[in-house]
Design a protein around this ligand. Structure first.
Ligand SMILES: *Cc1c(COP(=O)(O)O)cnc(C)c1O
Length: 341
């Protein structure tokens, strides 16, 4: 029997229409810039966000790491939230790949503000690290899928301009954020020097992320991608899935958010649940009561009922809704959650 998989929105598999788009994609050697489907995807995505250029990469880790390297010199500092993916889940790449250190701030639900960032920017003294970059994450994975609005981003952008800092967006789930804020990709593009977007999260492509920026930045990023081993050949088959995802799977993200809200409502009423982080998009993070059940036992019990979830800490559980989590699966999951003690 098939599992209901709530571990991540990365678990989706391409459906028939996406596979057909992949099969029929014209391809070429992209290291020679000769893959028409990759070029089409890059142009499409850059335009969507009002950026000059884009770069197709194998993963969001790579797009973030390339951006950090392109924006900095060894010995510089990047300011980010303590929960951020670039710091927690990219294998120490900030220091390993770029020789850069992170200044970690405690944002509000993972969101930074100009007020928080300004005092963290180092002055121009020989003994202080040069602050070069600010990185925002939207939505914030570890903070339960909370998101920034442009009203929150604008002052950060203004501060970065005034202090000569670059501003990067880890927009792995930017379309989830925009679905809720109602704001546009074009407006979003105005406030960042670089943007990373994931095609293989909520959008349902099997592989791929894009890095967006101006022409000069993407030229530099292309060189770094090659150094990192991310120059791909006939990867247009993958880019075709990405194009399909961008064109067909953005509108429906609202459904994932509604299903996450239903999981939240159910969890809030359960006797073994201690607390639930407010659900804003497609991520549901909650804590189990220590005296009732451990995260490990909870995971096992659900696994017996064919549901996979991630333990995010000893008592903390994460569930993520996505394209392959259907209404029927939601009903089953709600019933199983209610049946556990
Ligand atoms: C998933 C994710 C990434 C990129 O992850 P990859 O698995 O390398 O594609 C980057 N940032 C955030 C916030 C993510 O959730």
């Amino acid at each position: 029997m098939a599992f209901i998989d709530l571990r991540s929105d990365t678990v989706t598999k391409p459906g028939k229409a996406m596979l057909e788009a992949m099969f029929s994609a014209p391809v070429g050697d992209d290291v020679f810039s000769e893959d028409p489907t990759i070029t089409e995807l890059e142009v499409y995505a850059a335009k969507l966000f009002g950026k000059e250029a884009a770069l197709f990469c194998p993963s969001g880790t790579m797009t973030n790491q390339i951006a950090i390297k392109a924006h900095t010199e060894p010995g510089n500092e990047v300011i980010c939230d303590v929960n951020s993916h670039i710091y927690n889940y990219e294998g120490g790449g900030i220091s390993f790949n770029s020789g850069v250190q992170a200044k970690l701030l405690q944002g509000q639900e993972g969101r930074l503000s100009a007020e928080l960032i300004e005092p963290a920017i180092n002055g121009d003294f020989d003994w202080l690290t040069n602050t070069r970059l600010v990185s925002l994450e939207n939505t914030v994975n570890r903070a339960g899928g909370s998101y920034y609005t442009l009203a929150q981003i604008k002052p950060i952008h203004a501060l970065c301009q005034a202090k000569n800092l670059k501003l990067h967006l880890d927009g792995a789930r930017i379309f989830n954020a925009l679905t809720e804020s109602g704001e546009s990709t074009l407006e979003t593009g105005k406030y960042f020097d670089s943007i990373s977007i994931c095609l293989s999260k909520g959008l349902g492509a099997p592989v791929g992320s894009l890095l967006l920026g101006d022409k000069e930045f993407i030229k530099k990023a292309r060189r770094i991608r090659k150094v990192f081993g991310g120059g791909m050949r006939q990867a247009g088959f993958l880019a075709a899935a990405g194009l399909y995802a961008l064109k067909h799977n953005v509108e429906r993200l609202k459904e994932d958010h509604l299903r996450a809200k239903k999981l939240e409502a159910c969890l809030l009423a359960l006797p073994y649940v201690e607390s639930v982080l407010p659900v804003y998009t497609n991520i549901v993070i909650f804590n189990l009561k220590k005296e009732v059940i451990s995260g490990e036992d909870f995971e096992k019990k659900l696994r017996e009922k064919n549901i996979k979830i991630s333990a995010f800490g000893k008592q903390t559980i994460r569930m993520v809704t996505h394209l392959d989590f259907t209404e029927d699966m939601l009903e089953t999951s709600l019933n199983v959650l209610k049946s556990l003690v």
